[in-house]
Design a protein around this ligand. Sequence first.
Ligand SMILES: C[S@@+](CC[C@H](N)C(=O)[O-])C[C@H]1O[C@@H](n2cnc3c(N)ncnc32)[C@H](O)[C@@H]1O
Length: 271
Amino acid sequence: MRTLLVIGIGAGNPEHMTVQAIAALNRADVLFVPDKGAEKSDLSGLRHEICDRFVTNPATRRVEFGVPKRAEPTSSYRSTVDDWHEDIAGIYETLVLSELAEDGCGAFLIWGDPMLYDSALRILERVRNRGKVDFVVEVVPGITAIQSLCASHKMELNGIADPVLITTGRRLDAEGMPDNAGTVVVMLDGNCAFRNLKDKDVTIHWGAYLGTPDEIIVTGRLGDVEDRIVATRAEARAARGWIMDTYLLRKPGEPEEQDSRASAATTRPRA
Ligand SMILES: C[S@@+](CC[C@H](N)C(=O)[O-])C[C@H]1O[C@@H](n2cnc3c(N)ncnc32)[C@H](O)[C@@H]1O
């Protein structure tokens, strides 16, 4: 039986690789490394940097594969994603069948942690359901962008005994801040959805390229810093050709926001 390792590699800092992730890389006969295209070659580069640095098993080889672009959503976002996942499932199936021996071990290197806004596990389940190849899956957790964000801002994820909502820019735009959680973490936001929030007294803790040498973080009252974040984001994106950012919003009056860490609007490039 083939084994597929789904390894969280952290969200930008090679030093966020866990000991378990390093051992898993070295167990694999083949590392499957996505090539997301020129505009995100830095991301593919980071995966290669991780392999160069941590793979010591001479029998481990790398196989790059192209990831198809998702079509622009038409009538239904879900059906567009469904079609896209089916295409990727076909690619995974071919990779597993053509690159791994029947008792071989392959590994997928997943940005951050495989459980957070990532579909590798879902897609592998599709591959299994197509019925052409069987395998065992093992998951190795990784440091997520949310953990990096909180570490860089030196803050807790949750208010005291308070729930947290993790959502996307699209859903923040449509639904606003929830009634039942004092903290919201927003990912996958290409449009700065925070600009549309009515409550400008919310505190925002924003971070781009977290964990990398280019990390940028901004903190402050939303009304005071939103324009700065929008401008900083646009400038950084233009300079590098891509951006990944995550932010945490906390309602005013939450206990953590009353301390000195959040009292002043600050921008800190990484030392
Ligand atoms: C497809 S999701 C993958 C999340 C990943 N599985 C994780 O555990 O962090 C991509 C989103 O993660 C966030 N992200 C990932 N890496 C990041 C980084 N280095 N800095 C800021 N945000 C990041 C961004 O919100 C981006 O839109």
